[in-house]
Design a protein around this ligand. Structure first.
Ligand code: 13P
Ligand code: SF4
Length: 323
């Protein structure tokens, strides 16, 4: 890590110094904070004030007193920051940065589903729209989903949306009766069990670490399951020297910085014609040029109807109150 810290920012970010200087100048002038998810490009991660998983970034957005929050992630993450900061300007570099989970549950379909199960408590994964959050009792992220479900009264049945894989994982751990919305992350669902098994056969000493958005057939093989932050923490504290990493490949940038002496192998995806690893096409829509333009033009800005925001804030704050 020490060696990398001494490398100039332009080299670490693989970008021109002029572009980086312009972004840093605009950031100062706007009194902006840059929050970035681990799945962002290395350049954006190098520039960010805070890098984290969904929970850490929601907490950072909640704590922020900057005038402008530039959220380098996908749309629902920018919305989360806006839900918690109605009086601040929240920008995302590319408003088209969606998410297959969030896009797989519309507010109207969810409302109809809830009408059929009025006696259930509703837990929604943070990867959903503000409108879906507003219909939920409490929100969770991948790092606190088990804790959130365990916090609910045991005599109540639970609806979990929109990730059926994370929901099934939580169900296995908590033993709770849960009705799962049929959604999934297209990136984690594309990790190939066959290719993974063959990779594990070649690296018999390697430990498999996996994000709980992966299907059960991947999770059953894993030595450790956790959020992006938890996977990063695991490779730093575990004595193992080789890890197969079953999540979006962006996390490898920070992992390589944290454990440069260890071998990190991305879990392979099904498709033959893409890179061997898993990349989220939505996360990767953000670029340093779009970061610069967002700070220059003060757009695209995230906005929400106040009624929706208030409902979503209630459910989000239930989660944040758990710590
Ligand atoms: P975490 O940030 O909770 O690890 O979730 C990963 C993810 O898919 C974000 O979209
Ligand atoms: Fe959504 Fe999956 Fe991309 Fe995360 S990695 S933003 S869950 S599509």
């Amino acid at each position: 890590m020490g060696e990398l810290m001494e490398t100039p920012l332009a080299a670490r970010a693989n970008a021109s110094s002029a572009l980086l200087e312009e972004i840093l100048r605009l950031k100062r002038e706007r009194n902006a904070v840059i929050l970035a998810h681990y799945y962002q490009t290395p350049g954006i991660q190098e520039l960010a004030d805070v890098i984290g998983d969904s929970l850490a970034l929601a907490q950072a957005a909640d704590r922020s007193n900057a005038d402008v929050i530039l959220f380098c992630g996908v749309h629902f993450m920018g919305e989360t920051a806006k839900i918690l900061n109605p009086d601040r300007i929240v920008l995302v570099p590319d408003l088209e940065a969606g998410c297959s989970l969030a896009d797989g549950v519309t507010a109207s379909a969810f409302a109809a589903f809830l009408d059929q199960h009025p006696d259930h408590l509703v837990v929604s994964y943070i990867n959903c729209s503000a409108a879906v959050k507003a219909m939920s009792d409490i929100i969770c992220t991948s790092s606190n989903a088990v804790r959130v479900v365990n916090s609910l009264p045991t005599d109540r049945a639970v609806i979990f949306a929109p990730d059926k894989h994370l929901g099934a994982y939580v169900q296995r751990i908590t033993g709770r009766r849960m009705l799962l919305w049929d959604g999934s992350c297209e990136v984690h669902a594309a990790i190939s069990r066959d290719k993974l098994k063959s990779l594990m056969g070649k690296h018999t000493q390697a430990k498999l670490i996996a994000h709980p958005e992966c299907p059960e057939e991947i999770l059953t093989e894993a030595d450790h399951i956790g959020s992006t932050a938890s996977l990063l923490e695991f490779v730093t504290r575990d004595p193992g020297s080789t890890f197969i990493v079953a999540t979006e490949a962006g996390i490898l940038h920070n992992m390589r910085k944290a454990v440069p002496h260890k071998t990190l192998i991305p879990a392979p995806a099904f498709a033959e014609n893409t890179c061997a690893c898993s990349e989220c096409p939505y996360m990767k829509l953000n670029t340093l040029e779009k970061v610069r333009d967002a700070l220059k033009d003060m757009k695209p800005e995230v906005s929400l109807p106040e009624m929706v925001r208030l409902g979503a804030e209630r459910a989000l704050r239930q989660m944040l109150a758990l710590g």
